[in-house]
Design a protein around this ligand. Sequence first.
Ligand SMILES: O=c1ccn([C@@H]2O[C@H](COP(=O)(O)OP(=O)(O)O[C@H]3O[C@H](CO)[C@@H](O)[C@H](O)[C@H]3O)[C@@H](O)[C@H]2O)c(=O)[nH]1
Ligand SMILES: [Mn+2]
Length: 739
Amino acid sequence: MATSSSLPLHLSHGNKLTTFINRSHAVLHSIAIAFLIHYRVSLFFQDHQTRTTPIAPLVFVFASELLLSFIWFLGRAYVWSPVYRTVFPERLPSDEKLPAIDVFICTTDPNKEPTIGVMNTLLSAMALDYPLDKLRVYLSDDGGYAITLYAMREARRFAMFWLPFCRRFDIKTRCPEVYFSRTEDSKNSDFMDERRKTKEQYELFKERVRRAGEECKFKDNGVHSTSNHPSCIEVIEGLLEDQIIEMPLLVYVSREKRTSHFHHFKAGAVNALLRVSAVLSNSPYILMLDCDMYCNDPTSARQAMCFHFDPHMSPSLAFVQFPQAFHDISKNDIYDSEVRSAYTIAWPGLDGLKGPALSGTNFYIKREALCCHSIRKDIELRELKDSFGPSNEFIKSLRRDYNRPNFNDDGEDSNMLLEEAKVLASSSYEDHTKWGKEVGFLYDAVAEDYLTGFVMQCKGWTSAYVAPSSTTKPPFLGTSTTNLNDLLTQGIRWGSGLVDVAISRYSPLLYGPPRTSFLHLMGYAELSLFPLLYCLPLWCFATIPPLCLLNGIPLYPKVSDPYFSVFLFIFLSALSKHLHEVLATGRPIRKWINEQRIWMIKSVTCHTYGSLDAILKKFGLREASFLTTNKVAADEQIELYREGKFDFRASTIFIQPLATIMLLNSTCVAGGVSRMMFMGGDWKKMLGQVLLSGYIIVMNYAVIEGMVMRNYKGRIPSHVCVLSIVLCLIFLSLGSLLF
Ligand SMILES: O=c1ccn([C@@H]2O[C@H](COP(=O)(O)OP(=O)(O)O[C@H]3O[C@H](CO)[C@@H](O)[C@H](O)[C@H]3O)[C@@H](O)[C@H]2O)c(=O)[nH]1
Ligand SMILES: [Mn+2]
């Protein structure tokens, strides 16, 4: 919108043709579903003498069809009116007018999150293209490791070289590891000289951190363990002679942890950061980063400000979300590690309604949206303390007119503030307050990002989503899960975290109305329900139709019945719509196959376990857990991923169901087809089931390869194959017993 000139700071546009295709498809598909429902319902009303099929399998199959149709219906929200945005940061007002930003980086375990990687994220954030005095970088070390603090001091030393170098030569890649891994050739000898010197410093820095890491060995040592330690807050300062080079304020925060207090994982860590930063810098905007998400485009802060500076959007705008993109995605991407549909379909779709969901990292959020919804002038101090806890300093920071004492390390004020910050980071500070319930990141789900963003939007806040175009760089790049085990382990947490919300009092369809539009709620509901609503029907389709096929029980209309074409239409329409989406987002056909396959695999494994986990937690039978995602992979695993080959060296809980389902379907198709050929079965009645199981087998052929190819590195171990034969036999006998 207009600032100094009358030119807009950002534009949004839709895609008329795609929207037309999407809406027409939605209408056609809905009509077909209506026919399907009519067919199924009339089957149930048939006289049970004339109905040849037993009722039980029919009920399961129909229930699954209804669930799939429902989740499909919710997903229409994403394709209804998606928007895509363009920003013009060069039109922002001058630097003096830009607001300050606190950057929050979270790390927790140097064994899974290599310290050098975390420091690269830190350095890339310090080097953002933003006025240095308006940039403050906080690192939350949730494990309280000495190595992280040490590395941070070293990173500041290296930043003395890195920051001036980036600014002087306008370096576009400000993550040092990435920048120095590329060779550069320039005629400018001054530049080449500086580059060489800076690189030397970087190597020295890495070497010092590596050596220190070896000495520390990241072990719990009883006295100071990762789950039991006091709070430690340190403003990282350079030596006196270094002070001439301007640096962002750099703060190390390790909140107190006690086994007596539940720490609420990342949400708890971020809430501690929110309080600590309120008394040290209190910037009105916050950039959140996971420790592996480095700033790949230094202009992201200015891009985000294009929205926060728009006078029409700004008052209600809570956050500007950038996509999660990854530096290690291979061309083939067999596991869909890039999560394409989320960041190319769902987020732009939600953005067209009232704003995208919060994605945990890569967003610029207004502090006010997290902390102090509207502090009324007449509000009682008592009331404030009930919500925010006893710290007077923190409560002062909530006032709009609050003037933070200038932080300088040796001042008396500064010492007082640091002491206060330690209190704010203590494990008991949140007792009897509204932190995690109404204030800050919410604790009711392990998908704290999704839940917090959703509740925020129900309170009236909006958000915006900026995806890079084909000509701009992804603003942030992280490490994705590129092996099956890590992928599915992460999938359990996401599944569990989303279903947590779906079955809580914040369940979108129940909590939402009338707080936000129905379409927007449909999108949110799809996100929270899909793990649960896909796992049930997919388990059903993987077992019941093949077992019925083997036993000669038809579940679908005869080929000659006009209703057969209804089923065929729905199947093909769903597949071709997915294919259209994949192609429209510029991906090859292979991607479509990969996504179909990983969707089936995730549904019967991690999403099943995740949903189960959420339900057990709900009944108090399990405790919440947060397994940190591995950010290092073995070379061998990376190699298989790059070659596009499945790595089945994963936990048995993941591969056992896959092997069993594949064996079951292959046996049933073989048995069912021979039955028709040699025992005179009616193939016209069974074609639907043959096609369904055939589809499952063809798409997941990789699993069969994993079972039979014995010289394959990533093969399925023999004991899993043997157990799957036993399980398959159990299924078969149950099938013939029941049906
Ligand atoms: O007790 C904890 C656990 C995790 N983290 C940090 O949280 C971040 C995200 O954890 P990670 O293991 O990388 O999870 P992902 O599944 O990769 O993260 C996605 O999903 C999370 C919710 O499940 C969101 O919080 C993240 O932002 C989002 O990127 C990392 O920086 C961790 O260091 C903590 O600070 N404390
Ligand atoms: Mn991550």
